[in-house]
Design a protein around this ligand. Structure first.
Ligand SMILES: Cc1cc2nc3c(=O)[nH]c(=O)nc-3n(C[C@H](O)[C@H](O)[C@H](O)COP(=O)(O)OP(=O)(O)OC[C@H]3O[C@@H](n4cnc5c(N)ncnc54)[C@H](O)[C@@H]3O)c2cc1C
Length: 488
């Protein structure tokens, strides 16, 4: 390990090589330094590789949002957890900021590091063995939820809660929360973790759980990467259905739609409840589609339409019902996303607005936010509205409104990335919407693009701020981790 404390010198060691790939040659065990072939004495020995080529740096300076671009000095593709430990220690020694990056689906530079190190977690994607009686599975933080779902459902088991989109990393969603249509029954993904393997900001490898290093466990789950890098997670498993019945129920009145959603999550009648708001031909967001899913055998009885839909006040004529294999239900967005990619729309900017509303004022807040929305400002995106059940949410840093049934309101905008005037206008609109919702006791779900400063974060974490700040001092005393969140 070099003794040089200066950030500039350490970076110089990386940048000056001009190398496409810097790494330990697996055959000669000597440093290969791309074109210049100059030995790098600054870096610790690694099982993986450190990259400083244009393509790697540019990729790490972008994300799904395509709004913020911060260029790192280097990108680590770890060959082992040991590499993460070694490079976080290296960053500490040289005062370099660093951040883990999973699938890069943040929308506002959260995994980016100006002049520091981006640690890709994708190589850490191992999925532990699953037997028919397993109650948990241990996976690498870089594993994608799609791969976890395939591996576990093949054995008749499943994590209980999924995000709508499966191509996100386990570490990426556990650092934010992980909400989905099953959250009202099983909590968020962070509520279904029994143990974590973490590399702290000081470069220590620690296994933590509700009974072991509990402070670290609670500071890392939904902790936005501020105290440690998740390198592995043990996830709770439940029985998986073989097939599901999927319902789309149209509503023409917001209050009725929200009330029926609330009734369903309180009763637990369905395994999954979400909903969308669509624009009518005048461009007004006044169409409501309740999405509900019943799990079939061996988890539940064969779905009975009349029992499941009893008492609901949707428009009966527009009901759509389909039976799906369980994995196809989980992966239901895949065909639509393939079409967006084909049309070039997936690479548009995503100034997303993700809010959590107190249920008591959900109707008024949804109306206010959507009154200001035009179809053009939504682009090819969607508006989601669905309820959570607060009694199922146990992770302190996942901040939700003080209400028994908060609602997620997600305005998932897309807009051409080079139209910075529009992007900036939409970011300002996000802030206005946040201010309205916050004044009514709401919070943001921090995966979107709301301009936020340090004081806002303090306010966001509220009574848990002290816990987070103490853990940060303890586990990342030099403050090297994840500056892109803008929290410390
Ligand atoms: C199309 C799409 C659909 C989505 N649907 C949902 C949904 O249904 N429900 C939901 O809850 N969210 C959803 N999200 C949001 C998503 O959960 C978050 O953006 C998540 O952080 C993305 O995971 P990632 O692997 O891409 O993380 P990245 O974008 O790579 O990282 C996000 C943040 O987490 C940190 N981080 C990444 N890995 C780790 C780690 N191993 N340890 C500690 N910190 C880490 C990064 O430094 C960064 O700050 C969706 C996002 C997209 C783009």
């Amino acid at each position: 390990m070099p003794r040089t404390p200066s950030r500039r010198t350490a970076l110089h060691g990386l940048v000056a090589t001009g190398a496409a790939v810097i790494g330990l040659d697996p055959f000669t065990r000597s440093w290969a330094v791309g074109a210049s072939d100059r030995p790098l004495t600054e870096l610790p020995p690694l099982d993986g590789t450190v990259h400083t080529d244009e393509a790697s740096l540019n990729a790490a300076a972008d994300d799904f949002g395509h709004i913020v671009h911060r260029r790192p000095a280097a990108v680590l593709r770890p060959g082992s957890v040991r590499d993460v430990v070694a490079m976080v220690r290296f960053c500490n020694a040289h005062g370099l900021p660093c951040a883990p990056r999973g699938q890069g689906h943040a929308t506002r530079g959260q995994a980016q590091v100006d002049g520091g190190l981006v640690i890709e977690t994708t190589p850490l994607d191992a999925i532990g063995s699953v037997g028919p009686r397993s109650t948990t599975v241990t996976v690498g933080a870089g594993a994608k939820w799609s791969d976890v779902a395939k591996a576990t459902s093949a054995r008749g088991l499943t994590p209980p809660t999924f995000t709508d989109y499966l191509e996100l990393s386990v570490g990426g969603t556990l650092s934010v929360g992980g909400l989905g249509g099953q959250t009202h029954r099983h909590g968020a993904q962070v509520d279904n973790v029994t143990e974590l393997q973490v590399v702290t900001g000081a470069g220590e490898f620690v296994t933590c759980s509700p009974v072991r290093h509990r402070d670290l466990f609670l500071a890392v789950l939904a902790g936005l990467g501020q105290c440690g890098i998740i390198v592995g997670a043990t996830l709770r498993l439940v029985r998986a259905p073989e097939t599901v019945r999927h319902y789309l129920l149209p509503y023409d009145d917001l209050r009725t739609f929200l009330d029926d959603q609330r009734l369903l999550v309180r009763e637990g009648r369905f395994a999954y409840v979400e909903g969308q708001v669509t624009a009518d031909t005048n461009g007004d967001f006044r169409g409501y589609l309740l999405e509900a899913v019943a799990y079939g055998p061996p988890v539940g009885p064969a779905p009975d339409d009349s029992a499941l839909l009893r008492g609901l006040r949707h428009t009966p004529s527009g009901v759509q019902t389909s039976d799906l294999a369980y994995y196809d239900f989980l992966d239901r967005l895949a065909p639509g996303i393939a079409a967006l990619k084909e049309a070039g729309l997936w690479s548009h900017a995503h100034p997303w607005l993700n809010l959590l509303l107190p249920g008591r004022s959900a109707e008024a807040l949804v109306t206010t936010v959507l009154d200001d929305l035009t179809p053009a400002d939504l682009g090819s995106g969607v508006v989601l509205v669905y309820p959570l059940l607060r009694e199922r949410l146990h992770t302190p840093l996942l901040r939700t409104p003080d209400d028994p049934v908060p609602y997620l309101l997600a305005v998932l905008r897309t807009t051409p990335p080079d139209d910075t005037v529009t992007v900036n206008r939409l970011l300002a609109a996000n802030r206005t919407a946040y201010d309205t919702v916050h004044a009514a006791g709401g919070t943001q779900y921090p995966v979107g693009s709301i301009p936020f400063d340090r004081a806002d974060w303090r306010e966001h974490f509220g009574p848990t701020w002290r816990r987070l700040a103490t853990a940060r001092n303890t586990y990342d005393p030099r403050g090297v981790l994840v500056p892109g969140q803008g929290i410390f």
